[in-house]
Every structure is written in structure tokens, then in C-alpha cells.
Design a binder for this molecule. Sequence first.
Ligand code: MN
Length: 241
Amino acid sequence: MKSPVHTFPSATRRRFLKAGVAFGGTVVLGREAVAADPKAAFALPPLPYAYDALTPIIDERTMMIHHTKHHQAYIDKLNAAVASEPSLAGKTVEQLLTDLTSLPEAVRTAIRNHGGGHANHTLFWTLLRSPRENNQPTTAVADTIRGAFGSVEAFQEKFNAAAAGQFGSGWAWLVKGPAGLEVVATANQDSPISQGKKPLLGLDVWEHAYYLTYQNRRPDYIKAWWQVVNWDEVAKRLAAA
Ligand code: MN
């Protein structure tokens, strides 16, 4: 049975279609409404802003493809993996990623890649907001960063180096681990959660995240990205870590 597709007056509907907003079990993306499969364990979370909210730092088409195609593909493959192993029913993606070695071998790699992809992207969308010039961390975050790295600038240099230096696809992260705050990079869709570390800030450096605007210029994307970092969300994650 399909979830009901809600109907709205056309003007309202067009507005939400443009923004890509979810209503109940229905995720409205682009020009078509896609009813979420009620049997699937994981569903695409709506973006907390419109696809064009991050322009000109991250363009609208990149955001739309990244969200509706790339993130959706991780979810579809994660759902298929979880559906094949009834013992995994009801687990959150964080629970699945915490101890990969405890997973059945038949789905371990799929959950590492696609569960990681789902968790990483779900987090990434919340860490972005409309561009601000001189976009600085909140006082609490800046103080914590200074304690760990000496200065905000030193932290950003270290983070930029991790992001630029990640060979091939992957992510750069600010994490809280057993030893405190650290900058790390992970390959592919590996999650810091699988290394016992809580991600506070992350940057997707897969080409699909930046290629339409920046082509091969990954360092330009990294430098510009600081203008769309949602430091309020980082502050919330730090307070909860
Ligand atoms: Mn991505």
C-alpha cells in the first residue's frame, strides 16, 4: 500500500515543490511527489532549506542531484541490505555503524558504504546554511577550538589540509574522540562513528559535491565552503558530545 500523497492549493504546492519539502510520509522532490515506501527502514530526510539556498557557494543543481540522487541511492542500498538481515530490523543507522565487525559478513561492506553514506549526508545537510561573509564560529565553539588547536585559523588550516589531502573520494571531519577534538579524514563513506568518534563538522569532498561549479578545483570549494558552515549546528553537537 502506498502512503497518501497530500494535495495542496497549486500556489502552495509549487512553492513547496521548489523547496523540496516533506509532508508526512511523502517527500516532495523537484517536480514530482515520491511516496516513501512504508516498509523501508530509512527514508530521505528533507533539506532544512531550499536547493538554491547555498548559492553561489554550492549551486542549486548540485544540491538537487546530491540530495535526490546520491543520498537517495545510499538509502536504497542500505534499505536493501537491512531488509536481507532480519536481525538488523529496528536499528538506527548510528547503531549499525558503531561496531561494523558485529554485523553479519554478508552485509558488512554494504552497511559500511551505504549506511555511512546515509549517516554522513544526513549530518552534512544540517551543517550548512545560506552564505555569510566572515562566517565565524559561536563563542563557545571558538573557545573550544582554540583550546584544542591554538586558534580558529590553525584549526581551519588543518581541516583544509585534511580535506584537500584526502586522496580520491572521502570526507574531512572535526570529531570529538576519547582524546578530545581532532581533525581526521575518512575514505569513501566511512563514518567517524565506526572509529568511536563523534562527528561535529564534516565536509564532503567527493567530486559529486562540487564538480559542476568547481570542476577539479577542490581547494577553491573547500575555501568557499566555510561561508556556508552552520556554526549553530556545530555548537549544538559540541554541547551534546
Ligand atoms: Mn556526497
